[in-house]
Design a protein around this ligand. Structure first.
Ligand code: GUN
Ligand code: ZN
Length: 437
């Protein structure tokens, strides 16, 4: 071991491997009640039982003793907007009115680098306070907003994906770029940040209504030039939005056909929402290996509709959990899973706790094509993890004591949990958040 070695002792919980069918999850859950995690140079060097590993620890090494807590991989938030942190909970509107009334006026502030940097700091703190160590993030249309966020994440060596919004119509002038400027700015940012340390760049056309066909062509050109970069956008969130896309792109069969035509589907393409997809669109999602970001608090808050989670998950579509702040109402993954459970319930289906936990960790990583480097405790994985206090409140304590099997306890956590359950957060093997509770 190097001189940066760290030893974490506690109950360890993760999912051993990616599954193609959620029914396989039961066998992939890995729980070590008295476990040891050895971290070296930001990576998992050893994982197993304390008894089996303790003798290989260097003499005199201080052990981080988290017995009584639960150590899990860092949470993955597959879709979030950092400039919208300051408008969470804006009253009364559905998507298109909400964008015009609240989002567009606010995003204009992010052309100011100092302001964007200040907000980036608050944003990343909020992620870490909620145990989220990787997120796929929309910045604003301004390149300054992208530099600000990446600088903040680079300082903490986080595994983060972000990009500059491309938007050349149907928004206030102050927020518009052009096909050419969006191409040049995105390209420059991509070359600067993509794969710099742990950072990754996403080509980010906001959604079809705010991009001209010429701009989507530029996005396609970027994708072709940089095939290992990401694409993030929105798809079929709201019925009025879908009608609008039909009128703006009448020559296309359906909403997804617009993105597909410009070759924006495929591996590392992440579509937020997908609430109202047709069978034909689901087939395209399946065939192209595109991913869905499931945004339950947002979809309920904006009255968008019920995402057909089982349809996606049971057909092998990659699905990750997402908060979608600021349409989403919480940064917290437990609160997001709690809402997801209710969305699935309303469709007379089920979301077991283990599956929720998978979506928030390894499954989310898989949806971002990052399951080779994050998402569980396999040796060699990047050491981003969370120490949970599973009983942070009186009611949680009562309910925890009154449940038996691990999946039942996990379900209680997913239903009653919030940021009070996040005791400590580690990124790249280093402590980056510690609760004062
Ligand atoms: N569709 C286009 N832009 C946005 C956005 O900022 N938030 C949500 N929820 N949907 C969008
Ligand atoms: Zn969004």
């Amino acid at each position: 071991f190097s001189n940066t070695v760290k030893a974490i002792r506690g109950a360890l919980l993760d999912i051993q491997q990616v599954v193609t069918n959620p029914e396989q999850l039961e066998d992939s859950l890995r729980y070590v009640s008295d476990g040891l995690l050895i971290i070296d140079q930001g990576k998992v060097a050893w994982h197993g039982r304390w008894e089996d590993g303790k003798d290989m620890l260097p003499e005199g090494l201080r052990i981080c003793d988290y017995r009584g807590k639960l150590v899990v991989p860092g949470f993955v938030d597959t879709h979030i907007h950092y400039p919208q942190m300051e408008i969470i909970g804006a009253y009364g509107e559905q998507l298109l009115e909400w964008l015009n009334t609240y989002v567009f006026p606010t995003e204009q502030k992010y052309g100011n680098k100092r302001y964007a940097s200040e907000m980036s700091g608050l944003f990343v703190n909020e992620l870490l306070k909620n145990g989220t160590t990787t997120a796929m993030v929309f910045c604003s249309v301004h390149p300054e907003s992208v530099d600000a966020l990446f600088e903040e994440c680079d300082r903490r060596n986080m595994r983060m994906i972000a990009g500059k919004v491309m938007m050349d119509r149907n928004a206030p002038d102050a927020l518009l770029d052009t096909p050419e400027s969006s191409y040049q700015d995105s390209r420059r940012l991509l070359k600067k940040w993509h794969k710099r340390n742990r950072l990754l760049y996403a080509i980010t056309p906001r959604f079809a209504p705010t991009s001209s066909p010429e701009q989507l062509e530029k996005a396609m050109a970027l994708r072709e030039e940089f095939p290992d970069a990401y694409v993030q956008t929105h798809l079929s969130e709201n019925l009025n939005e879908i009608e609008w896309v039909k009128s703006l792109y009448p020559e296309h069969d359906c909403y997804l056909d617009v993105y597909n035509h410009y070759r924006l589907t495929g591996e590392r393409s992440v579509y937020a929402h997908c609430v109202h997809l047709t069978d034909q669109e689901w087939k395209v999602m399946e065939e192209t290996g595109s991913s869905v970001a499931f945004c339950p608090t947002s979809n309920m808050y904006l009255g968008s509709g019920l995402f057909n989670y089982r349809r996606a998950a049971d057909n092998g579509v990659r699905v990750g959990m997402a908060t979608d702040v600021g349409a989403g109402t919480s940064f917290n993954m437990f609160e997001t899973l709690n809402e997801a459970y209710k969305v699935v319930q309303l469709q007379k289906e089920k979301l077991p706790a283990i599956e929720g936990f998978y979506r928030a960790t390894l499954g989310g990583a898989h949806s971002l094509y990052l399951d080779d480097c994050i998402g569980n405790f396999n040796v060699g994985k990047e050491a981003d993890f969370v120490v949970l206090d599973p009983v942070a409140t009186q009611v949680q304590q009562l309910r925890w004591d009154n449940s038996k099997a691990l999946d039942e306890k996990l379900f209680v956590l997913m239903t009653l949990g919030d940021d009070r359950n996040i005791y400590r957060t580690y990124v790249d093997g280093r402590l980056v958040y510690s609760s004062t509770r």
